[in-house]
Design a protein around this ligand. Structure first.
Ligand code: LMR
Length: 395
């Protein structure tokens, strides 16, 4: 019956994570998947989340509404847009709880396929691979706009703007507002403003994918691009709590659509509920309750903010540490990119062959594109990673 079913080649990130787990070597280092681990190499259980667990206990588990837990949805809006955002005050943002950030992008793609079908979809080159996949699954063709300037290891802003300007009016443009995955380089404020002008002039639809809020500069500063954009135009914003709450397996995310007015937002919310009902009916509860509890309580939220700050500070310091270690081994390798980039990822510029060599010879796992998850570095493994990096760079 299913003889014609093709084998799955595997996901470039998740399959690599499986290979890492299966690797019998003791000294292996996982710098592949975007998961934050602490100085001891463990995925932290945040104190704020632990306290929320104690509060929610294990009570009954009815179905949540299709659009999710009301406190959670409120928490998403306040965190992403800020409490006093004009779009929020005008009740023109439709927000739902989603199954992680991936679920948010997936529902956004389904929603756009139904209500704005046939548009061109442009994602950054490079991007998180699943952006292509999720929009293609919804029926779109995807193309790219330039983003990475390999020579200067920065954003190719001119190329990006030119491509977005040249795209057909009303195209769907996927943007990562902070801690770009996989490159770790973001637009500055001036570039954000210039891009916003082009997007609005062309009548493009912006889909922001914000999976790393708090890992760039701060929870507030990282949302600035999205907030300013939403003051000027309608847009979609997918957000994830996987990383900043360290709740990967709970699948906690949100999708917000900023609309023209409250009436439109109500209709859009209805369509989002329908999309959810047809897909998985309603989101899961425990993760939703945890996030809603932390975001809805002043003390827990303050504690959580400090914990996010700690994770970010640690990532910044291991970036510096790796750069120092590499420098101490060789003056030939340019390591400036490590500290210029931010968030969980560094785009190293290593080739697929060099990445293979690091994995096979030294048990150091990076993604084939040369992306390194710096959140997996610590005092114990940094020397090994530096040595491996220098060896393959100078081979
Ligand atoms: C990543 O890019 O490593 C993470 O976002 C995990 C994933 O789902 O790919």
């Amino acid at each position: 019956l299913f003889g014609q079913v093709e084998a799955f080649a595997g996901d470039p990130i998740l399959s690599l994570n499986d290979s890492f787990k299966a690797d019998p070597r003791d000294q292996k280092v996982n710098l592949s998947i975007g998961v934050y681990t602490d100085e001891k190499g463990r995925i932290p259980v945040l104190g704020s989340v632990r306290a929320a667990y104690e509060r929610i206990g294990f009570a009954e588990r009815p179905y949540l509404p299709m659009d999710g837990h009301p406190g959670y949805r409120e928490g998403v809006q306040k965190l992403v847009f800020g409490d006093r955002h004009p779009a929020r005050e005008a009740k023109r943002i439709a927000t739902i709880q989603t199954i992680g950030g991936t679920g948010a992008v997936g529902i956004a793609a389904d929603f756009l396929a139904k209500h704005t079908p046939g548009r061109a979809v442009l994602v950054s080159d490079p991007t998180w691979e699943n952006h292509h996949g999720l929009f293609q699954r919804a029926g779109f063709k995807t193309a790219t706009y330039p983003y990475w300037d390999a020579k200067n290891r920065s954003v190719n802003f001119d190329g990006m703007v030119k491509a977005i300007e040249a795209a057909e009016s009303g195209s769907i443009i996927i943007l990562q507002p902070v801690c770009h995955n996989p490159t770790g380089v973001d637009l500055d404020e001036k570039q954000q403003a210039a891009l916003t002008d082009v997007m609005i002039a062309k009548g493009h639809i912006a889909v922001f994918d914000m999976a790393y809020q708090g890992f760039g500069e701060s929870l507030e500063a990282d949302a600035a691009f999205v907030r300013r954009y939403a003051e000027r135009a309608s847009c979609l914003v997918a957000n994830s709590f996987s990383k900043n709450f360290s709740l990967y397996g709970e699948r906690v995310g949100g999708l917000s659509i900023v609309c023209r007015d409250a009436d439109e937002a109500e209709r859009v919310l209805g369509q989002l509920k329908l999309a959810v009902r047809r897909s998985y009916s309603s989101p899961p509860m425990t993760g939703g309750l945890l996030v809603a509890t932390v975001l809805g309580n002043e003390d827990l939220r303050a504690q959580w903010t400090r914990e996010v700050d700690e994770m970010r500070t640690r990532m910044d310091s291991v970036r510096k540490l790796l750069a120092e270690r590499i420098r101490s081994l060789s003056n030939e390798v340019d390591v400036g990119f490590l500290t210029n980039q931010r968030g969980m990822f560094s785009y190293t510029g290593l080739t697929a062959q060099q990445v293979d060599a690091m994995r096979e010879r030294d048990g150091v796992y990076l993604v084939g594109s040369g992306r390194m998850c710096v959140a997996g570095l610590n005092e114990e493994n940094v020397a090994k990673v530096a040595q491996s990096f220098v060896d393959v760079s100078q081979a």
